[in-house]
Structure formats: C-alpha cells, structure tokens
Design a protein around this ligand. Structure first.
Ligand code: ADP
Ligand code: MG
Length: 593
C-alpha cells in the first residue's frame, strides 16, 4: 500500500481551526474586542451591520502593530502574549493562543488598518481566505481597526446555519455587555446598522452597570466586597425583591474574564435562599480576582468555563460574603437561625399589605346565551349512544353536550381544581386551568383575525423599563404583540409605553407577560409570524389563566363550562393536556356490578 498521509495546507488547517473559534458573528466580536483590550486601548468602537453577517468592525486606540506584526498576526500560533509554555500559568491577557485572527481570516474578508505610535504611516492589509491580497501604507490614527466582512463566505453550510438577525444580534450584544462589564474604565460604543446601541463612557463599576441596564438599576444594587488570601471579591448583587423569573443578569468575572459556573451560581442562589420567591433567580455582577496560577483557563478557545484549584473555599467565601452583605443592608431577616425557612413568606411579599383576593380573569361581559342555540353549530343535542368509558379516549365536541344549557346546569368545584357538571348521560369533570387555557387561546387567536377585539384604553399609559437588548427583542415582535390588542404607544430609549390592552388582560399582569415574552424569545425566534403569534398567545395565556387553586363562584364555573364547549377544540388545552373527562351512567352502573 502506498503512503497516504499528507500534511493539510495551512488554509485548510486554518479553516478547520476556525470552526472551533468562530461559531457565529458574536465569536468574532468577542475575539476582536479582547484583542483591543490586550492592546491597552482606552476607547473601543464596535460597528456591526446585519447582525455581523455583513460587517463586524472593531476600532481601537491601542498599541497598534508594526508592518511586520500586521502581516504576522494572521499566521496560526502567532501571538505576542506568551513565549513559552511556562507563561501559560501566568496569563494576564485575554488571548494567548494566536488562533483568532488566523481563523477569522480563513473564513472571511478581512481588512486591517493599524499604526504604532513611533511610525508616521500605518499598514493596510487585505486578506481573504488566508491569502494576503493587498498591502500598502495608509494614513491612520494610532491603534487598530479590523473589519470582518462576508463571514463564512467560503463555508456556505455555516452561513446558512446562522439564525435570524434578532438572534445573532442578541448574541453579539451579550458578548459586548460581558466585555464592557469586565472593563468599566475603558470607553465603549456599539452601532448596529449605523444606529447607536450603546455609548459607554469610561466609568466606575456601578456607573457601567447602570449605563448598561438602565437608571432604575442603581437603587437595586447591593455592594459586595471581601478580601482574602485566595480571593478578592467585589461587585454587586441585585436586591432580592427585584429577582426575576428569567436568568438574565448573572455575571461572574474571574480576573476580568467572563465565566460561567453552575457551581458558583449555586453559591449565590443559596445565599439568597428564603429571600426570593420560588422560581425566581438572583441577579449579580461579581468580580473575582485570584492568582493566575490558581486557575486553569487553558481549555477550549471559546469555552467560558474555568477550573479553580480551591473551588470549595471559593464557594464558601462567595456564599457567606453575599449572605452577610444582604444582612448588612437590612435585606435579610435578622434572626433567621432556628426557623424553618420554608414557612417564611417570600421576602418580596413581606412588606406588602395583603390585598384583596387575586382576581380571576373571566370575561364577565360574555353572555353565552345571547345568541340562539341553533346558531351554534358546535352545540348539538345529546346523543344517547354516549355510553363508553372515556377516561382514556379522546372525546370530540360532537359527542358531548352540556345538559340543560338553556336553563341552568349544576356545577360543583372540587379542590379548587376541577369543575364537575352533570350531563344527560352522566357527568363531566373539567380541569379548570386547562379549560381556561383553551378558552383564552381561542379568544386571543380570534382577535388576531377578526378586528372585533375589545380594547381597554389605559387611563394612565403604562411605562415598563427594559434594558437595550430586551427592548430590541420586543421591537422585533411589535407587530404580533399589537395584533393581539396590546397597544404600544411608543418605544423610548429604555422603556416601552403601553396605552391600551384587550379586556381579557389585567393591567397588573403586563409586567410578568413582558418578562415571560423576553425570556421565551431570548434564545429562539420562530421563523414565521403564525408561530410567533402562537407562542406569544401561549405566553400571555399562561400569565392570565385561571390556575389550579383559584376558587370560582358558581357563576364563574358556569361561564367556564359554557365557554369551553363553545370552543372549536374543547377537549384539549393548547399545551396538549386533556381539558375534561366524562363518566357515563353505564360507567357508574359498572362500578356496582
Ligand atoms: P492572541 O490574541 O491569542 O495572541 P490573535 O490571533 O487574537 O491571538 O492575535 C494575534 C496577535 O495579533 C496578538 O497576539 C497581537 O500581538 C496582535 N493583535 C491582534 N489584534 C490587535 C490589536 N487590536 N491591536 C494590537 N495588536 C493586535
Ligand atoms: Mg486574541
């Protein structure tokens, strides 16, 4: 057999490496921003077009590169940051692998302009698919500007794999925020399609957080600080009463590098135990400084995990420092030792007076008897052959009808969960939550196609604050939201102003509806507007539906039953749960045989 092993040409090797370093436009953003920081820039601009698919440009006022370095920086394993393997254990820079620029240049069109202080003219380099196609002198300020165009132009599979603009820009903004939070003294700005998204002057940490997440954040911050032999800790946690259901703002930085760690996350969660409601998550911005020798960051180039030598001590320090700070700022109950925390009222409810019973959203204006029975094709006469055990079987609308719809049927609520009603052939047992979800689903869907939606104008328009990425996300689904009767009067820089809502929706629920919307759309946006609407409706109805545990008056039970059987698909909830089961007289008889 002849020899078959060959060395891969550099550009092929670079392309393969690129697959690891560059997953999406946001990865390029991260690498370029980090290079600018390593070059000691104090002012960094990020320009993005078409969520990075058309252009990613980073301009910095850092050290710049000599003409030779400007050529070399695109070579694989070309780095100015380490010289020997020993240096790996004492890394103070973001990069050190010398892979990023080589990888990016292998899969995009890259334009570099750079100048060092000592030179009068800078260097211009054009490189495409790892080939330098042009090099010349250029008049350019001290520092570096790198433009990455047509990302993945030579890997169509990757390019086609990119998600929608909304999703990709969200990833870019996430990277930008992480870098900006890690370096508050550097000024940053970001533009998307020529519009300014962020303008962040050099600041202290608190100012930087507020600039990124909105002025309301300031009063929510609880400072954290602790110095020990193995770890210095500074940062902020958000007061427990502002905890949100979504995992939004949880930031750990280790030696100014953003990391993810479920282990350390757990330390914070446990410090908040008993202070935030179930299902809510603490927010935090925490900066850990440890000796570089005590961590291992020499893992996958884009991974954000990290290994600590003494992770158990770090866990303990984090937990106790956060707990202590919450106590110090009078946030935790003072004596929390001998009590069973599970019996405590979640903190966020503690200072609020007990208001009236939570309202139940039943459309009180709806009158099922307005129309004559015969005009309702769905409601048919009871069929005598309805005599099978139907616990397991699907029942179609046609096979079931409510007894005495015209007069009044008896209903009975079981355990604040089920509604029992008699039908001619026996009884029907309805799950109130699933049934109400079905009703709301069809009502809301109807309102998107018919314009007969009843809108309630808000006396005082409601302003809800959001951070920039969340606002951008909401903007992208404005059409679908307004179709459902939620009238958005305007988007301001950091808020959305609502002027009207459908009567079905309680104004008090709007905050949680928007929170859930953001949470749901953060990772994925459905591709067509039909499924976007479907998702939005499901999120809204989850927030406003009657839940298990709600006591219903007889009238409300009655309305629920009637509404349910007016639905097109009454037997199944929008989430695929059975809404009711029936038991026939024959079933009962069989019990006594
Ligand atoms: P690494 O950052 O791991 O060293 P990169 O491929 O990201 O590898 O960059 C290669 C080298 O190019 C860097 O080590 C640095 O010397 C130089 N370089 C890259 N970006 C810049 C920049 N914005 N300013 C100055 N030098 C830069
Ligand atoms: Mg780098």
């Amino acid at each position: 057999m002849p020899d078959i092993i060959q060395l891969l040409p550099d550009h092929v090797a670079n392309q393969i490496a690129a697959g690891e370093v560059v997953q999406r436009p946001a990865s390029v953003v991260k690498e370029l921003l980090e290079n600018a920081i390593d070059a000691k820039a104090t002012d960094i601009k990020l320009l993005v077009k078409d969520a990075g698919k058309a252009l990613i440009q980073v301009m910095d006022n850092g050290s710049g590169m000599s003409a030779t370095d400007a050529r070399l920086c695109f070579e694989r394993h070309a780095t100015s940051k380490i010289k020997s393997a020993d240096d790996l254990f004492n890394i103070h820079t973001k990069g050190f692998r010398g892979e990023a620029l080589a990888s990016i240049a292998a899969i995009a069109h890259v334009e570099l302009k750079t100048r060092i202080e000592a030179d009068e003219l800078g260097t211009f380099i054009l490189i495409e698919g790892s080939e330098i196609t042009e090099q010349s002198f250029v008049n350019t300020p001290k520092g570096t500007s790198i433009s990455v165009k047509n990302l993945f132009y030579n890997i169509p599979a990757r390019r086609n794999f990119l998600k929608s603009t909304t999703v990709e820009i969200r990833h870019i903004i996430d990277e930008f925020i992480r870098v900006a939070l890690a370096h508050s003294s550097i000024s940053f700005s970001m533009y998307h399609n020529d519009q300014e998204v962020y303008h962040l002057p050099s600041a202290n940490l608190r100012q930087r957080i507020v600039a990124l997440f909105g002025s309301k954040t300031n009063e929510k911050l609880v400072p954290i600080t602790e110095n020990t032999d193995i770890l210095n800790l500074i940062g902020f946690v958000i007061k427990p009463e502002f905890a949100k259901k979504k995992r939004g703002e949880q930031f750990f930085f280790v030696n100014n590098r953003f990391i993810k760690s479920s282990y350390l996350n757990h330390a914070i969660t446990s410090a908040f135990e008993g202070l935030i409601a179930d299902g809510c998550l603490p927010s935090f911005y925490l900066y850990l400084e440890v000796p570089p020798q005590s961590i291992d960051i020499n893992i996958h180039p884009t991974k954000t995990e990290i290994k600590f030598d003494n992770d158990q001590s770090i866990y303990a320090i984090l937990r106790s420092t956060v707990k202590h700070s919450l106590g110090q700022f009078n946030i935790a109950p003072l004596l929390d030792f001998e009590r069973d925390a599970s019996l405590d009222t979640p903190y966020q409810f503690k200072n609020k007076p007990i208001s009236k019973e939570p309202p139940i959203e039943v459309d009180r204006n709806f009158n099922p008897f307005k129309e004559t029975l015969s005009s309702k094709p769905n409601r048919i006469e009871i069929k005598e052959h309805l005599n099978f055990i139907s616990f397991e079987s699907e029942i179609s609308q046609q096979e079931l009808a409510i007894e005495e719809v015209v007069t009044k049927h008896k209903t009975f609520q079981l355990q604040s969960k089920y509604i029992l009603s008699s039908i001619k052939s026996g009884i029907v047992l309805i799950n109130q939550q699933y049934a109400h979800e079905r009703i709301l689903y069809e009502e809301l869907f109807k309102s998107t196609s018919l314009s007969n939606l009843t809108i309630q104008k808000l006396l005082i328009p409601l302003k809800i604050n959001f951070n920039t990425p969340d606002l951008a996300l909401l903007k992208s689904i404005t059409n679908e939201i307004s179709q459902l009767g939620i009238e958005i009067a305007e988007f301001t820089k950091d808020s959305i102003v609502i002027s009207g809502i459908p009567v079905l929706i309680d104004e008090n629920k709007l905050n949680s509806i928007f929170d859930s919307l953001i949470h749901a759309f953060q990772n994925e946006i459905p591709t067509d507007s039909y499924s976007t609407t479907d998702l939005i409706i499901k999120i809204i109805l989850k927030n406003i539906s009657i839940k298990t545990g709600s006591k219903l008056t007889e009238k409300e039970q009655d309305e629920l039953v009637n509404h349910l059987f007016d639905c097109k698909e009454p037997s199944i909830s929008p989430f695929g749960k059975k809404t009711f089961v029936t038991l026939s007289l024959n079933d009962f008889d069989s019990f006594f045989n």
